[in-house]
Design a protein. Structure first.
Lengths: 385, 656
């Protein structure tokens, strides 16, 4: 029989890495019951908390890397335990102390981010190549808005459309905006959740110094992950700029009458709340308002929407790891969208975009189901002149 | 003027003060201050030897001022005032300095603490030079009692007091007394029938010569002070003459208009003319003006009840009445509310017919309830399986952090209802921790285990009808982690009972304001001390009993109600109250009659004398808060014991 003894040193490692909230856990298991993983595989969140409390954590286990940080458990935890902070602390212990194994895919992305400032390992100079033919200027002191698209739309060939749609809208409206130079690096949100704290600190410092030195006051971002860290984590490290997600910015332009959507899109559109826009930052209405402003568009909802929205599976560094077929949340969502009779799945996050695009392709639904960022739909719905 | 002779006593409080304050140094320093004839430090000033020390010194050294530097005045000011009095010194010549809560407990730096303690003692020494002896007066205590709330707490307290032949006004806002307890089928852990044990008490209240029952009434306004409160009570129009109505219920049978029954929690309907339940006290009908078509049509339509009432009790000309009563004590027994479980949308209350609350289940099981006591679903089927979900909004930071204290036990009791009537039904208790701490409770838990109830340790994540296999089709699936197995569970059931949290009444805040008492962070009424005075409130003469103070079960409620009654009887028995002497006084010569103080006084203690053209203070009502003294533009008002000289001297002591 396996007999455990509490191992205080292991608990201390986790506590020091930021796992302090785990002390509050009273082992009710609501987190396990709420966690979407348990609809497709076993992931005992409560047991991870208890193992950490007793120092019985198996740092080499696969479980260390499963959590997609969607926040569903945190939202409902009766003791208010910041479960994501605990998961991050366990990962930090592995990544910084080498007491376990970082999965290969994650290790490569982490290395790329630390080395060249983006997860793809692409050259920093190519960061703004997506905008080459679009006549976009660079941010200079005095420019009103910095547009920061996230590494994925900057480098991923299929996702570039999101950044390009955004630039097209801004150009048409004559908005005074610019792109940051190629010194910019990944925001670091996901790599921090994946336990690479030092990498995050250095990325954040680089970006904060860069933005501050250029006099950036307002940043518009396409990714809820950039939004989250800029809004909630960078200020502690000395950032001084305001951040808006594109859906917030576009919704405000619509409200002020500056952005008019007059071309009909006669489609049934289903919107998937990104975890980092919704649960993490409480932005549910703006994306819906934008979609409802598009003439002809019929907005429908997933069975689990808003606060209950199902994660795409891409948070917490999972976007760089492989999720086996049969365990992909975005597959479940695509099925639900088909069942609901949707023509288009509307998104507001580049990670969701990657996952949903893969799901639609691998499920053979690409002919009947489109995956689009809200920005792309807005660009389409603007009058062509 | 008599020479000021001050004795200063610095308390060690064991190590509570002495560990971080150099008490000997503080005493030495005090001895150097003007007017101080002796200063000592002692290990426990509140102990008998400590008190004797003060008494002895007062006599031996002719002390006429005493200062004790120790803990908070809330704790021991009264103790030391009594010591002074017993040695012949007026209580207002005593001053207390708090060097524990305000000094030793809040800082580790002994040197800094000692300096602060010295400054505080210095301030007190300067202050007492100006303190004067004040005359302590007494007022008679009105032996009548107002009890608000006619649940088991109010009923118990009312009977205890009335049985000693003192008058009680029992105010209940519903048409009948009985509260939540009369809605229950049985009571844990003994399984006595709730109605059987409560109705004798209810009818005793209804007919008691010393109880004036004011049902369908609400207290609107309270003024006065301990021993002499005045309350205005709104007696709502029933449109039925209580003295004539025989409770025959003909009006109820013939009335054609219906609405959801409050007593049956909307599980069935009641009429516009109604008696909420058969054992109601008073057993008289009430006509609901929101439903009655006769009232709504201005007397043009219906009127069936008028024609059919053989007692001639129907009276549509009735108006709300305002009654004024004078009482010495008030007991609040206003009970609790239950959290609306639709707030936790994932539990499906209001969405699935099979999801009900614990109290609704009590009504379903009750022989007088909507199904005549048959356990059944909305569609009439008997449930084959039932899940009882604990901690619905309790022990949960997102709703109520506290434990509701009754759910574990009533969940066991309800499992017993099911096992008695439907022995083949499967019952699942989904709990976080089983709390069966009361007398006979653990034994009851064991008994239910023996009856074959399933216990699953895990907080329910979701109740859904989305089946993933044939077995789940047509069922409600309760999803939770079984934390003891470390595995996910999906339990298909027909009925889900939610143990929704006990919470303060929706209008607890307004009631607290009306009676000038406070609420705790939870919203329940604040008691004077959670352990040593759980029945009194910080407002003298106002007591609390039952769930308005915190969630509790029937045995605890009855105990607290009896305790509240005992406290009231003790006050009545003494028959008089001591009035605070440290109150404000107006110099009528200086008063310009501007009435600024009149508006500001929170206790309505100031009136204007038209003849003298000056304001006057009712010393019985004044609490000595000093607002008037601070605001008076002619400096005509003095707050006794807080005169300008006293305060300035004290401030100097701290600053210099």
């Amino acid at each position: 029989m396996k007999v455990l003894s509490p191992y205080k040193e292991a608990t201390d490692v986790i506590l020091e890495a930021g796992g302090e909230p785990l002390k509050l856990c009273y082992q009710c298991g609501l987190c396990t019951g709420t966690c979407p993983w348990n609809t497709v595989r076993s992931f005992m969140v409560r047991r991870i908390m208890h193992e950490a409390q007793l120092g019985a954590t198996d740092f080499a286990a696969e479980d260390v890397w499963i959590c997609a940080t969607c926040g569903a458990c945190v939202q409902r935890c009766p003791r208010g335990v910041e479960i994501i902070d605990v998961m991050r602390a366990i990962r930090r212990a592995v990544a910084s102390l080498g007491i376990g194994v970082v999965p290969d895919a994650l290790r490569i992305s982490a290395k790329n981010i630390a080395g060249v400032g983006n997860p793809f390992g692409e050259a920093a100079e190519k960061r703004n190549d997506w905008a080459k033919d679009l006549n976009v200027k660079f941010f200079a002191p005095g420019t009103e808005i910095l547009y920061f698209p996230c590494c994925v739309p900057s480098y991923d060939p299929d996702t570039k459309t999101v950044a390009r749609a955004n630039a097209t809208i801004f150009n048409k409206l004559g908005i005074d905006y610019g792109l940051i130079g190629t010194e910019a690096k990944c925001c670091g949100e996901a790599i921090r959740k994946a336990g690479h704290e030092e990498t995050f600190q250095s990325l954040a410092q680089n970006n904060i110094n860069l933005f501050n030195s250029k006099g950036v006051k307002t940043v518009v971002v396409s990714s809820p992950h950039c939004y989250h860290t800029f809004k909630n984590e960078y200020p502690e490290l000395g950032s001084k700029f305001e951040v808006l997600h594109t859906t917030q910015y576009l919704a405000s332009l619509i409200e002020q009458g500056k952005l008019k959507l007059s071309r009909e899109i006669n489609k049934k559109v289903i919107y998937s709340d990104p975890c980092y826009l919704g649960r993490h930052n409480n932005i549910y209405d703006e994306p819906r308002k934008i979609l409802q402003s598009i003439p002809g568009l019929e907005l429908i909802e997933f069975p689990d929407a808003r606060e209950d929205g199902l994660c795409c599976g891409g948070g917490g560094g999972r976007i760089w790891m492989d999720t086996p077929k049969g365990e992909r949340f975005s597959d479940i969502r695509v099925e639900q969208a088909v069942e609901k009779g949707a023509d288009i799945i509307a998104l507001a996050c580049p990670y969701c975009f990657l996952n949903y695009r893969d799901s639609v392709l691998s499920m053979g639904k690409a002919e009947t189901m489109q995956v689009k960022d809200i920005t792309e739909l807005v660009a389409e719905a603007m009058m062509r002149e | 003027m008599e020479e000021v002779k001050i004795g200063v006593y610095v308390c060690h409080c064991g190590v509570n003060i002495a560990a971080t304050v150099d008490v000997a140094e503080v005493a030495r320093y005090a001895g150097t201050l003007p007017g101080v004839v002796l200063s000592r430090d002692y290990v426990f000033m509140c102990s008998d030897p400590g008190q004797d020390l003060i008494r002895k010194d007062i006599k031996e050294y002719n002390l006429n001022r005493v200062i004790v530097a120790s803990c908070s005045p809330r704790l021991h000011e009264l103790t030391f005032r009594r010591v002074c009095e017993s040695a012949g010194l007026n209580r207002y010549l005593f001053e207390m300095v708090n060097i524990r809560e305000q000094c030793s407990w809040i800082n580790e730096d002994k040197e800094a603490n000692t300096e602060k303690a010295k400054a505080l003692v210095d301030a007190a020494v300067r202050r007492v030079h100006y303190q004067e002896a004040l005359e302590v007066k007494e007022a008679p205590y009105n032996p009548n009692t107002l009890i608000v709330g006619g649940g088991i707490a109010g009923i118990q307290a009312a009977l205890e007091i009335a049985n000693s032949e003192h008058k009680v006004y029992l105010v209940e806002r519903e048409p009948s007394i009985g509260g939540h307890m009369i809605q229950l089928d049985k009571t844990f852990p003994t399984l006595d029938c709730s109605q059987c044990i409560l109705t004798p008490k209810m009818s005793e209240v209804g007919s008691h010569p010393y109880i004036e029952l004011l049902a369908y009434s609400e207290v609107q306004e309270v003024s006065g002070y301990v021993g002499n409160f005045k309350a205005k009570i709104r007696k709502k129009a029933r449109y039925v003459d209580e003295s004539k109505c025989t409770g025959c219920a003909v009006c109820m049978q013939k009335c054609p208009y219906k609405t959801d029954s409050e007593f049956e929690l909307g599980l069935t309907k009641r009429k516009a003319a109604y008696i909420p339940f058969p054992q109601a006290v008073p057993n008289v009908a009430t006509i609901d003006p929101n439903i009655c078509i006769y009232i709504k049509s201005g007397g043009k339509k219906c009127g069936a009840c008028i024609k059919l009432c053989s007692a001639g009790a129907i009276d549509f000309n009735q108006q709300d009445q305002i009654l004024e009563v004078e009482v010495g004590s008030i007991i609040l027994a206003t009970g609790f509310g239950l959290m609306d479980p639709t707030r936790i949308s994932q539990y499906g209350y209001g969405k699935y017919d099979g999801v009900i609350t614990g109290l609704e289940f009590e009504r379903i099981v009750s022989p007088t309830g909507p199904t005549g006591g048959k356990i059944q679903l909305k569609d009439g089927r008997e449930p084959e399986s039932v899940a009882i979900v604990h901690c619905v909004g309790s022990r949960d930071k997102n709703y109520h952090e506290y434990c509701s204290r009754v759910c574990c036990m009533y969940a066991l009791k309800q499992a017993n209802y099911i096992k008695e009537e439907l022995p083949n039904a499967d019952v699942y208790q989904l709990y976080i921790d089983m709390r069966s701490f009361g007398d006979g409770y653990e034994e009851f838990y064991k008994r239910l285990s023996d009856e074959g109830v399933n216990f699953v340790r895990g907080k329910v994540a979701q109740v859904t009808d989305r089946a993933i296999n044939d077995e789940e089709k047509g069922k409600l699936i309760v999803v939770a982690e079984d934390t003891l197995l470390g595995s996910m569970l999906r339990i298909p059931v027909d009925m889900v009972i939610l143990c929704n949290a006990v919470e303060p009444q929706a209008d607890a805040g307004e009631v607290a304001n009306r009676f000038t008492i406070s609420q705790k962070a939870t919203g329940f009424f604040l008691e004077r001390h959670p352990k040593l005075d759980p029945v009194a409130t910080p407002t003298e003469g106002i007591f609390v009993a039952g769930c308005c103070q915190s969630p509790k079960d029937i045995p605890d409620t009855v105990a607290q109600a009896s305790a509240a009654a005992a406290r009231v009887l003790a006050m009545i028995s003494k028959g008089r109250i001591t009035l605070e002497a440290a109150v404000s006084a107006i110099d009528e010569e200086k008063c310009s009659g501007c009435k600024i103080c009149l508006e500001l006084c929170p206790f309505s203690a100031i009136s204007f004398d038209e003849e003298k053209k000056a304001c006057q203070i009712n010393e019985a009502l004044c609490k000595g808060c000093g607002v008037c003294a601070g605001a008076c533009p002619s400096a005509a008002i003095t707050a006794r014991q807080f005169t300008n000289e006293e305060i300035v001297a004290q401030v100097e002591g701290v600053l210099v």
